[in-house]
Design a protein around this ligand. Structure first.
Ligand SMILES: [Zn+2]
Length: 493
């Protein structure tokens, strides 16, 4: 059994100014091929896939040269047509050269936005299909923020999407993809799938699956998988920061040859989501920045520390709205991790601990980033990046200022999602009353699920910039928001 493994994945914030280019996918370790690709993410989708596929002695895995996640993470906009064609073209050519294959595994995300290509994941599947033919089986794994519709499964056979947000189960979905693919190749699994779009659009900060109603939605999918042998359910929550035609909740159900059952399961999940729509769209309370910082001060006064302030809306990482309020309201003992400023990090390439610091940082990139803030203090840590996504010379700098505050400067948007990451950076998270981070939901794994934070507030700027929960303030060109609840009155089914 010969199985090709391909990876092409991005969560594209199309409203950001700077495109994602060929260069963003090229850095030490990327593109990756062969064993390097197969070992590129041992704890994630590919890791799970490879682990289980190799439990079958007659399986041969072929790692096709693939770009890994772009080096600016999610802090870059539209992928250029050139980048998409160049990498996909190479993958398809290599697939041809190294074929024939009995199966193909596509490690995808689902929220890739490419200039001039309407539904990139479906396009990838179509081009792969054209090479491997109808007899081969194609399986994809996805992030629940994927913007997907029926087109992917028209070209591919199977899809496995992560259920939880924070995404706890990517390895698990990779494992399932491998096992089901091998069974399909052996003739032991005949995928019968259904895809149902549910016209609900929600900002990602609402989609935390640690609380109802999103928790119930996941639970219902898990229940179907538990009670029906060989049934699988995907619920794509969708990613509204991509201006693409297939946003909105998408439900997929798959069974072993039973199309009626697949439809029954899909209808049940989709109907449940639709009935809960009023709760789904307002599952989280968001504070305007000044109120959020004021609430944090109150919590500090009441001893309810540490407080986590999560700026869920900052999509470039450079936004200064929160640090501006921290300076203005001066709660003290506040850690801001991080503020993205590529230029400042480059200029500080030779900075040493203890150096005086006097610089305007952050802001500038676009209106959502705000104005730079002037920080006077001293360099407390110089952090050489251990991430291979950041080339040599890309350092992070921690600067001490004011009454026990620290701001960490990074070249790109960084979502701090684990308290331990702060410790690895040489910071003592217990030494602060307030920890201000840029994250929507992912941080809950390291700050809430483990009981670390005593108080959590989600904040966004007063104005509805890119990243706001007020989606109707965004300049969509490919989406008619009135076709989605709660922005219009769509009917369902
Ligand atoms: Zn996601």
């Amino acid at each position: 059994m010969r199985i090709a493994v391909l990876h092409f994945s991005h969560e594209t914030v199309t409203f950001l100014q700077s495109d994602t280019t060929v260069d963003d996918f090229i850095y030490q370790g990327s593109p990756a091929r062969g064993e390097a690709l197969l070992q590129s993410a041992p704890r994630s989708y590919i890791g799970g896939f490879v682990k289980v596929a190799r439990e079958f002695p007659d399986v041969e895995l072929v790692g096709i040269e693939s770009p890994l996640f772009p080096k600016r993470g999610t802090a870059s906009g539209w992928i250029t047509t050139e980048a998409f064609e160049r990498f996909l073209g190479k993958m398809v050519a290599e697939l041809k050269e190294q074929g024939p294959f009995d199966g193909v595994y596509l490690s995808l995300h689902g929220a890739m936005g490419v200039r001039g290509v309407a539904k990139p994941e479906a396009e990838i599947a179509r081009r792969v299909r054209a090479v491997v033919g109808r007899k081969a089986f194609i399986v994809g794994t996805f992030d629940p923020h994927g913007n997907e519709d029926r087109e992917f499964l028209e070209a591919a056979d199977m899809a496995f999407c992560v259920k939880y947000f924070p995404h706890y189960d990517d390895y698990l979905q990779g494992e399932r993809a491998a096992r089901t693919l091998v069974r399909a190749i052996r003739g032991d699994y005949k995928p019968a799938t259904v895809t149902i779009k549910v016209p609900i659009a929600t900002p990602t900060v609402m989609q935390w699956t640690g609380a109802s109603p999103w928790m119930y939605l996941v639970q219902r999918a898990l229940t179907w998988e538990a009670r029906e042998p060989d049934a699988y359910v995907n619920v794509f929550f969708s990613f509204p920061w991509s201006d693409v035609s297939d946003i909105g909740i998408c439900v997929q159900a798959m069974t072993n040859g039973d199309a009626t059952l697949a439809k029954r399961i899909g209808d049940d999940i989709a109907g449940f989501a639709w009935r809960k729509r009023a709760d789904l769209v307002k599952a989280a309370k968001i504070q305007p920045m000044p109120e959020g910082v004021a609430l944090a001060r109150k919590a500090v006064a009441a001893g309810e520390v540490p407080v986590v302030l999560a700026d869920h809306s900052d999509r470039s990482g450079a936004a200064t709205w929160l640090i501006e309020q921290v300076i203005k309201q001066d709660p003290g003992k506040t850690l801001i991790a991080t503020l993205a400023d590529e230029e400042a990090c480059a200029r500080l390439a030779s900075a040493k601990v203890g150096d005086a610091f006097d610089m305007a940082v952050g802001g500038r990139l676009d209106e959502s980033a705000g104005e730079p803030v002037h920080i006077r203090g001293k360099v407390r840590h110089v952090i050489d990046s251990r991430s291979r996504r950041n080339g040599p010379g890309q350092r992070w700098i921690a600067v001490e200022f004011g009454r026990g505050n620290v701001v960490v400067l990074s070249p790109y948007l960084v979502q701090i999602i684990e308290v331990d990451t702060l410790r690895e950076l040489g910071l003592d998270p217990d030494g602060f009353d307030i920890i201000a981070i840029k994250s929507r939901v992912h941080f809950r794994r390291g700050f809430e699920d483990n009981g670390f934070a005593k108080t959590i507030h989600l904040v966004e700027p007063v104005e509805p910039f890119l990243g706001t929960i007020r989606l109707d303030a965004l300049p969509y060109r490919h989406v008619d928001l009135t076709q989605f609840y709660p922005y219009g009155n769509p009917t369902f089914p």
